[in-house]
Design a protein around this ligand. Structure first.
Ligand code: AMP
Ligand code: MG
Length: 544
């Protein structure tokens, strides 16, 4: 074919021509004037322009068909050579303005100064089919001015985890950044997975993430820490204008309304995490989204046996700051840091303080609603249900009890009048599969569990809900399938052998987490014993 005959708009050659990039962030906000890609402190700027690194030999591992469809791409488009090269970082499309964002953050409770996108590069925004602009971002596409001591790359192991979990969370109905694609770079990346002086080469990978914005609390904190109030205001105004437009023209009251909404969204987010047993693992302020999304999937984990003190993150093993049950308090602590950061725009402590105080009540109300839902109750009645929940928490800790299976099976415990005469064994029977060692349950344990179940039956009967109706309700809020740590690790082990089939299969299962999927029953199984202490299954580090 003569090159004159090539039509750049031919979807066969140029399937990504449907993506029309916009550049609001880079056009409206101050840029770092330096464009050379070396590590530095970047002042008075929201971002630095960077070019993604060329991947030596990219190969597509997986894509999310739903996320692709949302931005107008078909599965065929995702399998095209252009898709591969663009989302490996090897080709820029017209309108893209690749850049890394400048932010700081509190890490493990301490101000860490400038952090920034050390290995994430925003490409630009495209409109999705709902008319909302979505930023596309490559994670693991090379160094930026914010890479500090690290290489700007990501390994396949952590990229599989980010890709699968983003999509699993989305299908669970939990606010999250999304994942469009997972591509191996064809290069090896060296990582010391447990910081024990045994570095190993692992396959490198790039995930294309998608979100309306990747702004974090740390973006605002850094300007305040540097006393750069002009740019703080510019960034807050930008955020409100584009991501909270319903709040109206920025002014003192709008800033307060905005802060209140960020608090509410953060509360919603954490209630969701507590509902499904998700532990973020590094809930630092630089990993806390301003729009209330789950962001930066690192050493996260899912609760197998219910344990509020569990964290998957070995880097946090001593203090367990980011343990499951502590996430609501951490969210409030992070919000306090955001409140401090935007204080200079408001100059009035009292209303900010009030909003933070209200967070506790807001969170509590949302949490109660969630708890009622998990138990199949139509509303939460404080007097009765506070105690019912406290007792349940005790029951769940009597012996290792799988959180996900417990709530799923609780829906099978009959609460109708005919069940009031059931003996302990029959009453308890539906819950047996939730216990890791059912034989180890003592008589007293079983009695305590049955006592609780009888209270629960009575409470449900008060509402007059039928078993069938309650089960439908409960199964819409209590997932059957979550991305258990050992499942993701099995997919990673296979991927290291060049077999991506489990990644594809898990992606498929996690598309319908609330549905019974008999052909995938084994993916709802309890953590097997071999996974109890295996790295990647119960212990993860920040090395990724
Ligand atoms: P995290 O807590 O893992 O989300 O990351 C904390 C900071 O470290 C962020 O500024 C990241 O961009 C940066 N970072 C993490 N891994 C790398 C890497 N491999 N190369 C460059 N920067 C990184
Ligand atoms: Mg981060």
């Amino acid at each position: 074919m003569n090159s004159d005959d090539i039509n750049p708009n031919d979807p066969g050659i140029n399937p990504l021509a449907v993506l029309h990039f916009q550049d609001r962030f880079t056009r409206e906000l101050p840029a770092d004037p330096e464009t050379d890609n070396h590590r530095r402190q970047v002042h008075s700027a929201c971002y630095s322009l960077v070019t993604p690194k060329t991947a030596a030999n990219p190969a597509l591992v997986a894509f999310s068909a739903e996320q692709a469809a949302d931005i107008g791409l078909s599965p065929k488009d995702c399998e095209s050579s252009q898709f591969l090269h663009v989302f490996a970082g090897n080709q820029l499309l017209p309108g893209m303005v690749p850049h890394a964002m400048c932010y700081g953050g509190h890490q493990f409770g301490h101000w860490a100064g400038q952090l920034g996108d050390g290995r994430a590069i925003n490409l630009g925004e495209v409109e999705d089919i709902h008319g909302q602009l979505q930023m596309l971002q490559l994670k693991g596409a090379g160094e930026t001015p914010y890479s500090r001591m690290a290489d700007g790359l990501a390994v396949l192991r952590s990229s599989v985890r980010e890709f699968l979990c983003s999509e699993a969370m989305f299908h669970l109905g939990i606010p999250t950044t999304r994942a469009l694609s997972l591509i191996t770079s064809g290069e090896q990346v060296v990582r010391d997975m447990f910081y024990d002086g045994r570095p190993q080469a692992e396959p490198g990978a790039i995930v294309c993430r998608v979100a309306p914005t990747f702004l974090r609390f740390g973006n605002y904190e850094l300007f305040n820490a540097r006393g750069d109030i002009d740019n703080l205001r510019k960034l807050v105004d930008y955020t409100i204008r584009h991501h909270f437009p319903h709040l109206g023209v920025p002014c003192k009251q709008t800033y307060l309304d905005w802060f209140k909404e960020v608090c509410e969204r953060t509360a919603d987010l954490v209630v969701h995490w507590m509902r499904v047993g998700f532990v973020h693992g590094v809930f630092n302020t630089d990993n806390t989204s301003i729009t209330g999304l789950t962001i930066d999937y690192g050493p996260y984990g899912w609760i197998d046996n219910y344990d509020p003190d569990w964290t998957p993150n070995t880097t946090d093993a001593t203090n367990k700051r980011y343990r499951f049950g502590h996430q609501p308090q951490i969210a409030q602590w992070n919000l306090l840091q955001l409140g401090n950061a935007i204080y200079p725009l408001i100059n009035d402590v009292e209303p900010l303080q009030q909003i933070l105080t209200d967070y506790v009540e807001t969170y509590t109300q949302k949490w109660q609603q969630m708890r009622a839902g998990k138990l199949g109750l139509s509303s939460y009645q404080r007097e009765a249900d506070d105690d019912l929940n406290q007792q349940l928490q005790k029951i769940l800790l009597l012996a290792e009890t799988d959180m996900t299976i417990f709530y799923r099976k609780l829906a099978d415990v009959s609460c109708e009048a005919s069940a009031s005469t059931l003996g302990d064994d029959d009453l308890f029977a539906p819950l047996m599969p939730a216990y890791y060692a059912p034989d180890a349950l003592s008589k007293e344990d079983k009695k305590d569990i049955c006592d609780w179940l009888r209270r629960y039956q009575q409470r449900v009967r008060q509402e007059g809900t039928s078993d069938a109706e309650r089960k439908i309700r409960m199964n819409q809020i209590n997932p059957k399938y979550v991305l258990r740590n050992y499942l993701a690790q099995q997919a990673i082990d296979k991927a290291h052998d060049g077999d991506y089939s489990l990644i594809h299969e898990l992606l498929e299962v996690m598309r319908r987490p609330y549905d019974e999927q008999p052909q995938f029953e084994h993916y709802a199984a309890k953590r097997p014993d071999w996974a109890r202490h295996k790295p990647g299954c119960s212990m993860l580090s920040c090395s990724s």
